[in-house]
Design a binder for this molecule. Structure first.
Ligand SMILES: Cc1cc2nc3c(=O)[nH]c(=O)nc-3n(C[C@H](O)[C@H](O)[C@H](O)COP(=O)(O)OP(=O)(O)OC[C@H]3O[C@@H](n4cnc5c(N)ncnc54)[C@H](O)[C@@H]3O)c2cc1C
Length: 476
């Protein structure tokens, strides 16, 4: 055990911050006091849940994917116990006026997609050898080369515009690598085949889901962290970080009741937006990292919920809407995720509406959102049933936007932060990525192994792990 007690402060009680706390507290050889600071009054971050009318709801569709590394999955299973359910996916995607099973299945596509669409894909395959093959600069270049115009123009390009709010030729090529796991037609077919029963033993078509919503993972982890003598301070926002002359940090925090406090830390792990951490640290307005941080952008999301008087609205768990004709990108029905039939006579669905900070959607009241959502549900042939109530929730920074040139700015920030070896930024927002829960938990697991017993940080090991993280591809 190290001689001097180290104070470790983790910013953010989402899946990454909590898993990191759990992993650090498990290391008996570390002599640490561990505090998590969370601005909300509950754990879970974007992957939190809440209950309404006796129904567990998430902030949009959330599942724990079967690609979760085994040791992380085992940790979650041990912490949650039998409440972690294994469920079969049952999604649909709206394309060209038709619903297809999602994840896509070959026969279903052949039967339901318009002949012109299928013909277009075959034409694109034949033309592929003649498409320009220079280095791709943008999301559009990369996908056009790999997939051809039919799939791009009817599916990926409108989806990109909807999700990230900018044209696909202004989105960095990295976005295609991180978000599109099947970037060629042959990869799409291979992926579709992997979802056929009996083809893939890794059970590609299942997911894990806790009885009380995805947030139950974080709730249970938070309880475990507290049991292990970690402290979680909720309702508290970090408002400033100063590096002390000798060593460590002084962190200014503000409670929601406006009480200000100073906390001392030897080591900080931050899972809050990396753009924010730079603005908390940078003392000079002229700091290049601050300029870079201020020019990186995120998308926001409005989660619009509809309470209906019926046991179940649809048998499908999630409907995906890549086309821009619909304001929502996805609709999910909470009861279909944990498979509960109770409470009887009511169900709630959640529409995910990506938007910009302060745009028309972000500022819209529930009446306006209701009009827009109901009209598009009707257009999609899935009207509401016995609607009794609507409500909305909002989250900022849900998707980082990778406009061309973003990586240069991110590098400026990374270089700035690398000069502060006792402050590590990680997690989905800390690394400015789109990653899944299991990815961010892996980051936490890896980070916990880089801290030495006297508080020294293994820079080389962390760099190696960061290279590993940069290869993560988002699972939808
Ligand atoms: C619509 C949507 C659907 C998704 N679906 C899935 C899915 O099906 N499966 C999957 O694996 N992943 C999914 N994800 C991704 C998943 O939500 C994230 O991977 C996960 O939440 C990231 O965890 P994190 O701890 O890194 O970050 P976060 O969850 O963002 O947690 C960061 C925490 O920091 C806190 N914080 C921020 N600023 C401050 C501050 N100044 N002071 C104190 N605290 C602060 C926040 O309140 C938050 O609790 C989805 C994401 C979205 C947006």
């Amino acid at each position: 055990m190290s001689s001097e007690k180290q104070t470790i402060i983790i910013l953010g009680a989402g899946p990454a911050g909590l898993m990191l706390a759990f992993k650090l507290l498990q290391r008996a050889e570390l002599n640490i006091e561990l505090i998590i600071i969370e601005k909300r009054n509950h754990p879970g971050g974007i992957a939190a849940s809440f209950q309404q009318e006796g129904i567990w709801l998430d902030y949009g569709s959330h599942r724990l994917h079967p690609s979760t590394p085994e040791h992380i999955l085992n940790d979650i299973k041990n912490i949650i116990g039998p409440s972690l359910l294994k469920r079969v996916r049952n999604g649909r995607i709206r394309l060209q006026g038709h619903y297809l099973k999602f994840p896509l299945q070959p026969l279903d596509c052949l039967v339901h997609l318009p002949v012109s669409f299928i013909f277009g894909i075959f034409r694109d395959i034949l033309k592929k050898p003649f498409r320009p093959s220079g280095p791709a600069l943008s999301f559009a270049d990369q996908l056009l080369h790999g997939l051809g115009p039919t799939i791009c123009e009817k599916f990926y390009f409108p989806y990109a515009k909807k999700l990230w709010g900018c044209p696909p030729d202004q989105i960095d090529v990295e976005q295609a690598r991180k978000r599109v796991s099947a970037g060629t037609v042959s990869k799409i077919v291979k992926k579709m085949l992997s979802f056929l029963p009996g083809v893939n033993s890794s059970e590609a078509n299942v997911f894990y889901y806790p009885e009380e919503g995805i947030g139950q993972i974080s709730e249970k982890l938070a309880a475990k962290v507290t049991d292990m003598d970690g402290q979680i301070i909720y309702d508290t926002t970090v408002t400033g970080i100063t590096m002390e002359k000798s060593r460590g940090f002084s962190i200014s925090v503000k409670k929601h009741n406006d009480v200000h406090k100073q906390l001392k830390a030897d080591f900080i792990f931050s899972t809050i937006p990396v753009t924010r951490i730079v603005s908390l640290l940078a003392s000079k307005r002229s700091c290049p990292a601050l300029t870079a941080a201020e020019s990186l952008t995120h998308r926001n999301m409005v989660f619009f919920y509809l309470l209906m008087e019926c046991d179940q609205w649809q048998v499908v768990d999630a409907h995906y809407f890549p086309e821009t004709d619909y304001i929502f990108s996805r609709i999910s029905e909470g009861k279909n995720y944990n498979g509960t039939l109770t409470p009887r006579g009511k169900t709630i669905i959640c529409c995910e509406i990506p938007c910009q900070h302060d745009d028309e959607i972000w500022l819209a009241d529930d009446e306006k959102l209701k009009r827009l959502v109901l009209a598009d549900m009707k257009k999609g042939a899935i009207p509401a049933k016995n609607l009794v109530k609507v409500f909305s929730k909002r989250q900022t920074n849900v998707y980082p936007v990778y406009t061309i040139g973003y990586s240069k700015k991110l590098r400026v920030i990374e270089q700035y932060l690398s000069k502060i070896p006792t402050l590590i930024s990680l997690g989905r927002q800390g690394l400015f990525t789109h990653d899944n829960i299991h990815h961010t938990m892996m980051m936490a697991d890896r980070a916990a192994h880089c801290l030495g017993i006297n508080g020294q940080w293994d820079v080389d090991k962390w760099e190696e792990f960061c290279n590993e993280f940069s290869n993560y591809v988002v699972v939808d």
